[in-house]
Write a protein that binds this ligand. Sequence first.
Ligand code: SF4
Length: 66
Amino acid sequence: MWLITIDPDKCQGDGECGDVCPVTILSVVEVGGKKITQVTGNADDCMGCSSCVATCTHEAITVVEM
Ligand code: SF4
């Protein structure tokens, strides 16, 4: 099982992480007028591949095994 953390201060909501996620659990949402990515799918589906981490140019995502 993997813990996905997205820093809302670093995230720019460009959605590139969601585009590469093989299990499509990341989506861009609007919170308080700002677009950010959140885990909108089932976090249990995360494979821990870290594609989202590697893709994010803002270093906003961490994925660690629980
Ligand atoms: S680690 Fe892989 S499966 Fe998990 S959220 Fe990131 S891209 Fe998706």
